[in-house]
Write a protein that binds this ligand. Structure first.
Ligand code: SAH
Ligand code: SF4
Ligand code: F3S
Length: 453
């Protein structure tokens, strides 16, 4: 979407976002907290007075990618300087948290370095960098939470979108063997119910119809309401009372926190979409144990059975890691078997990538790269087959589609199925924003097409 030209008192803000949906949310909130200082989003780094690189540390060569991007951005800042503009360069997110000192040493031209839990301090950091004339770094885990500092009255910058993210829980205390998140995002915290409800209401007032609740362990949500603790099922029940909110999703869930109340909510609460991202990582009990996941493959299958009992049209997606240290051919075969047993509508799969400072990185029996490559290809082929079969199974059915925007062809509309598939069909633009019935007629490569009923 093109941005209006900047007025003389405003400054351009360009945020580059890598990583998960939580980073997408954080980038939007950084824009919110910088708004009172006159910063407004601009399309390109070349027009910006401040550039923020919001980084991800989850897999291989994260830091190297950051340094190479910083090299590019530095040139842009220098060119801007030659034209008389002082452009601030900031590194935020999980690499800033994990490698702040390294960034300071290797890229001293960076003005601001801040971790995911300190972005509410951005305005103050901007003032400090102007005074100090050298890099300002904030990578401690503050006692106050950033959520208490989000500008409550600011109109949410939804860009007219009908769908939005809302972070309700953050951080992780689970310490899976392979994962950096507990180190980069810090301890698990949940936002109070009232703060989530207020933000959800603001989003709906600005036109949002579908909210995706975010958390690294979103179903471990335990927000305070008065002095009582409310879980995710309870929160979804409260969200159901917001008039105009049509759909709620949540991601990412952990199997250990998939309790009966949440499973029941999928039967009883119609705003919860029948599509859950529930990472399992491996189908081998030996590897699940080495990963410190805290559940067995059978316990995962059992959760899926209960979910399908509660809501027969539910579909699943998941994350897999191949080649965790110690993974044998037999372990990998058990992962394939789990995939065949459960059947997924979509999934993400990755080669294990040793992350500095995590327990698995130091373990013996690292799996050879070419073995990881082969296993990944086999797993991805199976998952692709299942995804195609799932999409094909919808052809002929009638689905509730949230109409999101006009399509590329004249008279065409785009929408989103309960399972997050893009759906194209013909219709009048007046129904944008509504949930309508569409009969699915065709399966395209990454989308579906249908006819409006
Ligand atoms: N909190 C979520 C996952 C967050 S990270 C959960 O517990 O499931 C997103 C995904 O990245 C993980 O599910 C995992 O599949 C993958 N991942 C994390 N660390 C990884 C690593 N070191 N190597 C490869 N994949 C990794
Ligand atoms: Fe990482 Fe495990 Fe926490 Fe997920 S549950 S964020 S994989 S440590
Ligand atoms: Fe990446 Fe941090 Fe998200 S490491 S996946 S941006 S929590």
């Amino acid at each position: 979407m093109s941005q209006p030209a900047l007025s003389p008192n405003t400054r351009g803000l360009h945020i580059i976002t890598w990583g998960c949906q939580m980073n997408v949310y954080d980038s939007a909130r950084m824009a919110d907290v910088l708004q009172p200082l006159g910063y407004r989003p601009v399309e390109t780094a070349e027009e910006a007075d401040m550039i923020i690189l919001n980084t991800c540390h989850i897999r291989e060569r994260a830091a190297e990618k950051v340094f190479s991007e910083l090299g590019r951005l530095r040139l842009i800042c220098e060119a801007r300087k030659a034209e008389g503009h002082n452009t601030l360069l900031a590194v935020a997110g999980c690499v800033a948290q994990a490698e702040g000192e390294e960034i300071l040493a290797r890229a001293p031209y960076v003005d601001l370095i801040l971790g995911p839990q300190t972005y509410h301090r951005l305005p103050e950091m901007v003032a400090r960098v102007a005074r100090a004339g050298k890099t300002v770094i904030e990578t401690d885990f503050p006692v106050e939470t950033k959520f208490d500092f989000l500008p409550e009255d600011a109109a949410p910058q939804t860009n007219g979108n009908l769908t939005a993210f809302l972070t309700i829980q953050e951080g992780c205390d689970k310490f899976c063997s392979f994962c950096v998140v507990p180190y980069t995002r810090g301890a698990e915290i949940s936002r109070p119910v009232s703060s989530v409800m207020a933000e959800a209401s603001r989003l709906v007032q600005s036109g949002v119809k579908e909210i995706t609740l975010l958390g690294q362990n979103v179903n471990a949500y335990h927000g305070l309401e008065d002095d009582k603790i409310v879980g995710l099922a309870g929160l979804a029940e409260r969200l159901r009372t917001i008039p105009g909110l049509e759909r709620v999703r949540y991601t990412t869930s952990h199997p250990r926190d998939m309790d009966q109340s949440l499973i029941d909510a999928h039967k009883n609460n119609p705003i919860l979409m029948p599509f859950i991202h529930l990472p399992v990582q491996s189908g081998s009990d030996r590897i699940l144990k080495a990963m410190n996941r805290g559940h067995t493959a059978e316990e995962y299958r059992d959760i899926i059975r209960k979910l399908r009992q509660a809501r027969p049209d539910i579909a699943l997606s998941s994350d897999f890691i191949v080649g965790h240290p110690g993974e044998s051919d037999k372990d990998f075969e058990e992962t394939l078997q789990l995939v065949r047993d459960v059947t997924f509508a979509s999934a993400y799969s990755f080669k294990y990538s040793p992350r500095p400072g995590t327990p698995a990185a130091g373990q013996p029996f690292q799996v050879d790269e070419d073995v990881k490559d082969k296993r990944l290809a086999i797993l991805q082929a199976l998952l692709r087959e299942q995804q195609d079969a799932f999409n094909a199974s919808l052809v002929g059915t009638v689905q509730d589609i949230l109409v999101t925007n006009t399509g590329r062809k004249k008279g065409q509309l785009n929408g989103r199925s309960p399972y997050l598939q893009p759906v194209h069909f013909e219709g009048d633009i007046s129904i944008i924003g509504q949930v309508v019935k569409v009969r699915i007629t065709d399966q395209l490569t990454n989308s579906l097409s249908g006819v409006l009923l």
